[in-house]
Design a protein around this ligand. Structure first.
Ligand SMILES: [Fe+2]
Ligand SMILES: [Fe+2]
Length: 474
C-alpha cells in the first residue's frame, strides 16, 4: 500500500497497470491544474508553502512536511488498505461480500452520491479563494493553503472513483466538477452552503469548524458503504479532514481569546466599545456561529427523505459509526423523531427511521459540534466574562425541508414574518457586522506576528515554532 511518487499521478492503486484509466486521468490532470490556476488561492502560484503531503496510508507517519509551490503539489489517489473479507454491513444486502465493482442496478444512485460529495471539494477552494490576501499571519495563511490543497486532493479522490468505475458518464461528471463554480447563478455548485461566500477569516474559521465537520459526517456515512472502493477512499479522506476542523476550532478559539483579553484589560463589555478596540465582539461571533451552523444544518438534506432510505437499504450509504450500532442494521420497524411545525409550534413526530436517516446524521453532527462550542465557552469563562456561546436550535433559519416554510428563531420558537424581519439582525450577521469584520481584515506576513483581532496559537505546525516562516513569497 505504499504510495508511488515516481508516477505523474501519485497513487497506491497500481494505476500503471490500467493504461486506459491512467490515460483518462492524465487527460483530466491538466484541466485540474487549469482550474486551480483560475479558481485556486489568488496570487499564490509562486509561493513556497510549508505543506504536508500524504506519503503513506499508514496512520502513523502518513504525512511529510516541506516547502512546496502549490501548483506543484502532488495531488494523488490514496485508498485505505482493503479489509479482508469485508461485508456489506446494513440494508437489504447485509452479510453479502462488499462490492468491488459497481452493482449495475445502483449505478446512478452511487454516481450521484460520489458527485455530490466531490462537488463540495472544489467548491470550498473557490469560496476561500481570496482569503490569502487578508491573512492574519503566516501561520494562518499556511493553514488555509493546507486546507485548500487537501480539498483539491479530495476532488481527485472522487474523480478517481468516477473514472475508474463509471466509464464515459463518470468522465463527463469529472469534467463537470471543474466547470461548476461556487455562487455562479448559471452553473452553481450543487449544495447551498457551498454557494455562500467566505469573505473574511471569521467566516473561514466558522466554515472549517462547522461545514468541514459536515464533510466528516458525510464521509463517515460513505465510509460504511457496501461499495468498498468508496469506503476505503473516504476513510483516508477522514485522516486529512481532522486538520481542517482543527483550523476551525482553534481559529474561532483564538478570536475569542483575543476579544476576551482585550475586554478584560480595558474593562469593557459593550460591543461598540469592544469594536473600538479593534477586536470582534462576542455577540457578533454568536451571529456568525448561528449563520454557519444553520446553513450547515441544511447540508444534511430534508428531514424525511425517501432517497436517504434508498441509499441505506441498497447498502450505498450507512449511518455514522454503523458497525458500532447494536440494532439489526435493517431498520424496517424502527422510528425516529423529527420536527414539524403544527399551528404555531414545533412538535416532535415519529417517522420510520429509514426515512429519517438525514435527521439522524444531523443529530449525530450536532452532538459532535457542541463539544467545540463548550471548549470556546471555557476560554470565555477563564477570562471571567459573563457570556456564553450556544448553537442555535436545529430548526433555525432553514432553507431545505418543511421547516424552511416557517420562521423559527434560534430558540426554536416559531415567529411571525414581521418579527423575523425586525429581529434577524440580532440572530444573523447584519450587513454592518460583516462590514465591521471586513474592516479588520488586513494582511500580516511577518513571521510570528498576528493581526490585532486574533491571538497567536499556543504552538506551531509539525513542532515548528509559531514564528516559523510558514510561507515564503519569493
Ligand atoms: Fe474535503
Ligand atoms: Fe475539509
Amino acid at each position: 500500500m505504499s504510495i508511488n511518487y515516481s508516477e505523474k499521478i501519485p497513487n497506491n492503486v497500481d494505476l500503471a497497470s490500467d493504461r486506459t484509466l491512467q490515460r483518462a486521468l492524465e487527460r483530466w490532470q491538466p484541466e485540474f491544474i487549469n482550474w486551480w490556476g483560475d479558481m485556486g488561492p489568488e496570487g499564490s502560484n509562486s509561493f513556497d508553502v510549508y505543506l504536508r503531503t500524504a506519503i503513506s496510508v499508514d496512520p502513523k507517519g502518513w504525512a511529510h512536511f516541506d516547502y512546496v509551490r502549490m501548483p506543484d503539489y502532488r495531488w494523488g489517489i490514496f485508498l485505505n488498505p482493503a479489509e479482508a473479507e469485508r461485508k456489506v454491513n446494513f440494508g437489504a444486502h447485509k452479510g453479502e461480500a462488499a462490492w468491488q465493482e459497481v452493482p449495475g442496478e445502483y449505478r446512478s444512485n452511487l454516481r450521484r452520491l460520489i458527485v455530490t460529495q466531490g462537488d463540495t471539494e472544489p467548491a470550498s477552494v473557490e469560496q476561500q479563494r481570496y482569503l490569502g490576501l487578508t491573512c492574519p499571519s503566516l501561520y494562518d495563511l499556511r493553514n488555509l493553503f493546507q486546507v485548500n490543497v487537501e480539498e483539491g486532493r479530495h476532488l481527485w479522490a472522487m474523480v478517481y472513483l468516477l473514472h475508474r468505475y463509471f466509464g464515459r458518464d463518470g468522465r463527463e461528471e469529472g469534467d463537470a466538477l471543474l466547470e461548476r463554480r461556487s455562487g455562479d447563478p448559471d452553473n452553481p455548485r450543487i449544495l447551498g452552503a457551498f454557494n455562500e461566500k467566505t469573505p473574511d477569516w471569521l467566516s473561514f474559521y466558522m466554515f472549517t469548524y462547522f461545514t468541514d465537520r459536515d464533510g466528516k459526517f458525510q464521509l463517515c456515512a460513505l465510509a460504511e458503504s457496501g461499495f468498498d472502493p468508496l469506503a476505503r477512499t473516504c476513510r483516508f479522506m477522514l485522516t486529512e479532514e481532522a486538520h481542517h476542523m482543527f483550523v476551525g476550532e482553534s481559529g474561532v478559539g483564538r478570536v475569542i481569546q483575543r476579544t476576551c483579553e482585550v475586554m478584560r484589560q480595558n474593562k469593557v463589555e459593550d460591543p461598540e466599545q469592544v469594536r473600538a478596540l479593534g477586536v470582534i465582539d462576542l455577540p457578533t461571533i454568536q451571529r456568525y456561529l448561528n449563520f454557519h451552523f444553520s446553513v450547515t444544518m441544511d447540508l444534511f438534506g430534508a428531514d424525511v427523505s425517501s432517497n436517504a432510505a434508498t441509499f441505506y437499504t441498497t447498502g450505498l450509504k450507512g449511518r455514522y459509526e454503523e458497525t458500532k450500532l447494536g440494532d439489526d442494521h435493517l431498520l424496517n420497524s424502527n422510528t425516529y423523531p423529527v420536527l414539524q411545525v403544527q399551528g404555531e409550534k414545533l412538535v416532535t413526530v415519529y417517522e420510520p427511521e429509514l426515512n429519517a436517516l438525514n435527521e439522524r446524521l444531523r443529530d449525530d453532527y450536532i452532538k459532535d459540534s457542541i463539544g467545540g462550542v463548550e471548549r470556546w465557552n471555557k476560554i470565555i469563562d477563564k477570562q471571567g466574562i459573563p457570556f456564553r456561546l450556544t448553537v442555535p436550535h436545529k430548526a433555525f433559519n432553514r432553507r431545505i425541508g418543511p421547516l424552511s416554510e416557517s420562521r423559527i428563531n434560534p430558540l426554536g420558537e416559531v415567529v411571525s414574518d414581521s418579527e423575523w424581519q425586525a429581529r434577524q439582525d440580532e440572530w444573523l450577521p447584519s450587513a454592518a457586522d460583516r462590514a465591521y469584520v471586513a474592516s479588520l481584515m488586513g494582511r500580516v506576513t511577518t513571521p510570528g506576528q498576528f493581526a490585532n483581532w486574533v491571538a497567536p496559537p499556543p504552538r506551531g505546525i509539525n513542532n515548528q515554532p509559531v514564528d516559523f516562516e510558514y510561507v515564503r513569497f519569493n
